[in-house]
Design a binder for this molecule. Structure first.
Ligand SMILES: [Zn+2]
Length: 365
């Protein structure tokens, strides 16, 4: 019986010949029908949940150098702490095996690896509970699949502390806070705009994946430079683990917040308009709360149109959306709530240093 080749339309001579079968690859050095299967057979993290999670993303990979993997802890050395925050610790490490890389050996594309490679490791905030920790990791991966540019290489487990860690691209220029503190005077508008474009691009991809970051600040925006050109400096958003699916947030609220962030300032509402919109929503909730005269200890029921037919239906719908959203937020994992006390969130851009520098600059000019 002939087997249907679902990938036939993507096979192309220019990608080289599959390692496992006599057909062409579906991308450079990668065969979508053979490689994911082969890739998932030869390793185990010794946790079925972790194995399943990694394999799920291995099956989704469409390019060899974007495949994540289980990285045994003994394949990492020279581990040094480079950061610590409310969400966990960050380390730099040398990955002995190097990251995946597609090579052209003259005859075609082949699967290869770099030499040993500098990577970053980050403990995940809830790695003591494997299920919550995997949720965080999946958030990272889904944003990555949508095009978020920070490279993710896989997962490892510190065999001494038993903590799982995400292995990702090491950013050699540190975080944005540090970068601004040390380079502020040298930064031109061209540099600043490039950084802002990178950040907004990454953020828009996260939003496109229907996630919201929840904790964006200069401590979790990192910079990486390849070579000496300033144009080669790339900015990335990290700490996607606490991002959450934009589920539950009422659509009209999302639309309004997007309007507030419109690229064209002329299209953004004024502070006064924002105040009035928020006041309108607040009053609406208040009005319905009083109508219902609800008791916090009781289960809240959705308003039914027939109960209050004298009230505008669209207002009822709006109120119900707020109510549903409140319920969804109550179900969120604890990790979402921890960050309010975290040391990390308090480390916003050091405005004292910046205003001091503006002051110095203005004195000089
Ligand atoms: Zn194949």
């Amino acid at each position: 019986m002939a087997v249907i080749d679902y990938c036939i339309s993507r096979r192309d001579e220019k990608y080289g010949v599959c390692r496992w079968d006599e057909h062409y690859n579906t991308s450079r050095g990668w065969c979508q029908s053979c490689d994911p299967f082969e890739m998932t057979q030869t390793w185990t993290s010794e946790s079925i949940d972790v194995d399943d999670c990694i394999k799920e993303f291995q099956f989704m990979a469409t390019e060899y150098d974007k495949v994540i993997e289980w990285i045994p802890f003994d394949r990492l050395n020279n581990i040094q702490q480079i950061g610590k925050g409310g969400f966990g610790e960050v380390f730099s490490a040398n990955w002995i095996d190097g990251k995946r890389k597609v090579l052209n050996d003259g005859k075609g594309f082949i699967q290869s690896r770099t030499k040993s490679y500098l990577v970053a490791l980050k403990t995940l905030s809830s790695s003591s509970n494997s299920m919550d920790f995997l949720k965080e990791f999946k958030n990272h991966m889904r944003c990555r699949l949508m095009g978020s540019s920070l490279e993710v290489y896989g997962l490892t487990k510190n065999t001494i502390t038993n903590q799982y860690m995400i292995v990702f691209q090491y950013a050699n220029n540190g975080n944005l806070r540090h970068y601004l503190e040390t380079n502020f005077k040298e930064l031109t508008w061209k540099d600043k705009l490039l950084r802002l474009m990178d950040i907004s691009k990454d953020l828009s991809l996260i939003h496109e994946a229907k996630y919201i970051h929840c904790d964006l600040h200069s401590g979790n925006i990192v910079l990486h430079k390849e070579g000496s050109w300033i144009e080669r400096l790339k900015t990335y958003i990290i700490d996607l683990g606490l991002s959450r699916k934009n589920e539950g947030t009422p659509e009209f609220y999302v639309e309004f917040s997007e309007l507030c962030m419109n690229f064209d300032p002329q299209k953004r509402p004024t502070a006064e308009e924002i105040f009035h919109k928020l006041e309108e929503w607040y009053n609406l909730i208040n009005e319905f709360d009083e109508t219902e005269n609800y008791d916090d200890t009781q289960e809240l029921d959705r308003f039914e149109f027939d109960e209050i037919d004298e009230i505008d239906e669209s207002k009822v719908e709006m109120f119900n959306k707020f109510l549903e959203s409140d319920e969804i937020v109550k179900q969120l994992p604890m990790a979402m709530k921890i960050h309010q006390d975290s040391e990390y969130t308090r480390k916003f851009i050091n405005t004292d240093i910046i205003s001091e520098r503006y002051w110095e600059d203005s004195k000089m000019n």
